[in-house]
Design a protein around this ligand. Structure first.
Ligand code: COA
Length: 367
């Protein structure tokens, strides 16, 4: 048996052709193409096609008419429930029983619908129970524009650009917790709705996907205090983590962070100045306190800043991340299906050795 690695750090769990992070060089590529070359030239829905079909002319489909059953306005949980529910509503087939073509079609339908569900849930959270009429939504030229129209009934061009940039930069990033989850569920032959809804659950925690929700309140605290160095040192002295810093894979600046910072500056994001000041103070303090380990800015820090251009409330951030990741998850579910191999790692037992029941104490239940 191999040596145990906590958190599976450094363990190669899959082989993939989808995305390559350049750990040392600070760039990243989708299917071999540098993402910087795609930004501003292809909208998100075409990046979905690149990742899923290896074809920039392939496009994520439009959502078909569907009425979500019990939206609450909590977008991450609405998305998780509704995506799982679609498996039943659409009678989706099990991945080990359907063709690759059928799986691809299911993933396209689900991806499009997941974005619509998030937009509908966000609208409800804004106190609007009336869906935006389809004739308004279809006026949007891109997935980002249609998302905003479905959410708010209007789509400011700066907000469209912010969302599109954010979705493209975060569409896929290898075998992280949510993608691994999607692949594990797919490997068991579950349907695409089950695999995608499980991934949504994995993405909702603060250590992967949920951090942007904490970044805006953090920036507001720093702005109110007016002293980023003091705020950083107080936070670290209290034993807390600074959200948006540190990464399992990157030991240099996360290239997605660089691209999102650049776009946030170009779009004159509302909190970009305080974010840049906090970043400077945080990198300095983290380097002093952890000379043994690089803790660079990760994708989630400037994600929060760029989402702020579209006035995305912090609580909606994990669901916005899920919208972008439908591309990466779908590509990985298909890739996993093609391997046809069930995940079944091993565990090293470290509990007590065989022992008598009497050692546990407590009287047995009579009968
Ligand atoms: N702020 C302060 N300290 C941090 C830190 C952060 N953001 N990230 C890591 N550290 C410290 C840890 O406290 C730990 O210190 P210790 O050894 O003295 O206990 C050390 O760095 C290693 O941390 P560890 O959790 O083992 O690193 P990891 O590579 O497993 O973790 C993350 C990666 C992303 C989970 C981690 O950096 C983190 O929690 N970041 C904040 C949340 C975040 O931004 N999430 C989004 C990720 S894209």
């Amino acid at each position: 048996m191999n040596e145990f690695k906590s958190g599976l750090e450094g363990v190669v769990a899959i082989e993939t052709e989808i995305m390559e992070p350049d750990r040392e060089g600070g760039s990243f590529r989708y299917r071999g193409v540098d993402v910087e070359q795609l930004l501003g030239h292809f909208p998100y829905e075409r990046i979905w096609g690149l990742l899923v079909d290896d074809d920039l002319n392939s496009v994520m489909p439009e959502p078909e008419p569907y009425e979500p059953s019990g939206l609450t306005g909590n977008a991450p949980s609405d998305l998780q429930c509704e995506t799982a529910r679609l498996s039943g509503v659409w009678s989706l087939g099990k991945l080990n029983e359907i063709s690759d073509e059928q799986a691809r079609e299911d993933l396209g339908r689900l991806s499009a619908q997941m974005m619509a569900i998030v937009a509908r849930s966000a609208r409800l959270a804004d106190g609007r129970t009336d869906p935006v009429p389809d004739e308004v939504v279809v006026q949007g030229q891109t997935a980002a524009e249609r998302f905003l129209l479905r959410w708010r009934g209007e789509a400011d061009p700066r907000a469209v650009k912010a969302l599109d940039t954010y979705w493209i930069c975060t569409a896929e990033h290898g075998i992280n917790a949510s993608t691994f989850t999607a692949r594990i569920v797919a490997s068991a032959g579950a349907d695409c709705g089950a695999a995608l809804s499980s991934a949504v659950g994995a993405l909702s925690g603060p250590l992967h996907g949920g951090a942007p929700a904490y970044v805006i309140p953090m920036l507001d605290e720093v702005a109110a205090m007016g002293d980023p160095e003091r705020w950083v040192n107080d936070t670290l002295d209290a034993g807390k983590r600074i959200m948006g810093f540190g990464h399992r894979v990157y030991r240099v600046e996360d290239p997605r962070s660089r691209l999102l910072k650049q776009a946030s500056t170009e779009l004159d994001a509302p909190r970009v100045e305080v974010a840049v000041e906090l970043e400077r103070a945080a990198l300095k303090a983290l380097a002093e306190r952890h000379p043994e380990r690089e803790l660079p800015t990760n994708v989630e820090f400037f994600s929060a800043v760029i989402l702020d251009v579209a006035e995305v409330p912090p609580a909606l951030a994990p669901a916005m991340f899920a919208c972008s990741r439908v591309a990466g998850w779908s590509a990985h579910i298909l890739e996993q299906k093609r391997t046809g191999r069930l995940f079944r790692p091993s565990a090293r037992y470290i509990g007590p050795s065989s022992r008598p029941l009497s050692e546990l104490g407590g009287a047995p239940v009579p009968g």
